[in-house]
Design a protein around this ligand. Structure first.
Ligand code: SF4
Length: 316
């Protein structure tokens, strides 16, 4: 396959079929934490990157025909997907092909472009980033292409949340000594509240990125930022670990402890563990993939049970 990869399990999106929208490291940013290395084509100009959208759709059709579970078709890749001029047409054609939801993972910088703004309105889920609300820190962490202003991004993201019928999950990544000052955290909190997305995921550097010196901040800093933002904010900390904002505990451990005692529905888990359903379902899927949770139907309801080492059925 040339353009698609997966489906792969995603912490946030369940089973995700990825579509590579741009060539490797074509991006409007060159983030110090980028796990794909340094940006090679660093620009904010949109271009056509597919030889033909029909080829992309053929690959997606083939993946759908395998019958494997696919929760989202995710437009992303190792660069910035909104740089692809055919983003809107790609979303429209995927929607003609299938009912599977379409997610776009974006650094959020091109939402200021009217075309990108309109095209993203056709997706089901948009996951933009915002690591800093102050131009100086924004430039240190994200190294944007010339002429990209974070104040304009914040206003565009805010307008987008208001205009969009789908969900927006905002991602924030904090790097030690770059965007973690008190002034940064205050400005970021104000900006996020202004944007008002459904969910906010706050994290830090977890793996080696393009700059070795980019270091993570402590869990306490992430937790403080999430609690300042409000109940829609969650801390995503450490590899495969999501912490509850209410308890500061590892959500996966809480879920496992609960369902090991008695079979639970998702509603039971929501009320006992707390947190947003998409995040809980993502954690359940990961535990299922590791055979730590089994799933079964009883009187038309899905129950989760832990610690039995049973063969797992795919969720949903
Ligand atoms: S926006 Fe994403 S792809 Fe682009 S440099 Fe940053 S982390 Fe890498």
């Amino acid at each position: 396959m040339r353009y698609i990869f997966g489906p792969v399990p995603s912490r946030r999106l369940g089973m995700s079929l990825g579509v590579d929208m741009v060539p490797y490291k074509t991006c409007s940013f060159d983030c110090v934490y980028c796990e794909c290395g340094h940006t090679t084509v660093h620009e904010k100009t949109r271009r056509r990157y597919f030889d033909s959208i029909a080829d992309v759709l053929d690959e997606i059709s083939s993946a759908l025909k395998t019958g494997r579970q696919i929760d989202y078709i995710t437009l992303g890749g190792s660069g910035e997907p909104t740089l692809n001029l055919e983003l809107g047409e790609t979303i429209r054609e995927i929607k003609r092909l299938t009912d599977v939801k379409v997610a776009v993972l974006t650094n959020g910088s091109l939402i200021t472009d009217k075309g990108v703004f309109q095209e993203l309105l056709n997706a089901d889920l948009v996951v933009p980033s915002l690591d800093s609300a102050r131009q100086a820190s924004f430039e240190k962490v994200n190294l944007p292409a010339k002429g990209i202003l974070v104040a304009e991004i914040i206003e565009a993201q805010r307008d987008f949340v208001r205009a969009f019928d789908g969900d927006v999950w905002l991602e924030i990544l904090i790097v030690e000594d770059l965007n973690d000052s008190e002034d940064d955290l205050i400005a970021l909190t104000e900006a996020v509240n202004r944007i008002n997305p459904l969910l906010v995921q706050v994290g830090t550097v977890e793996r080696p990125g393009s700059e070795e010196w980019a270091k993570p901040v402590s869990f306490e800093v992430l937790k403080m930022l999430a609690s300042r933002i409000g109940p829609n904010a969650m801390v995503i900390g450490g590899p495969k670990r999501t912490f509850s904002e209410d308890t500061g505990r590892d959500i996966a451990s809480d879920i496992l402890a609960l369902v090991s005692r008695r079979p639970c529905t998702i509603e039971d888990i929501e009320s006992a563990v707390g947190g947003k359903r998409p995040i809980l379902l993502g954690e359940i899927r990961e535990l299922s993939a590791k055979d730590k949770i089994a799933t079964y139907m009883h009187k038309g309801k899905i129950f989760y049970v832990g610690g039995r080492g049973q063969k797992i059925r795919e969720l949903e």
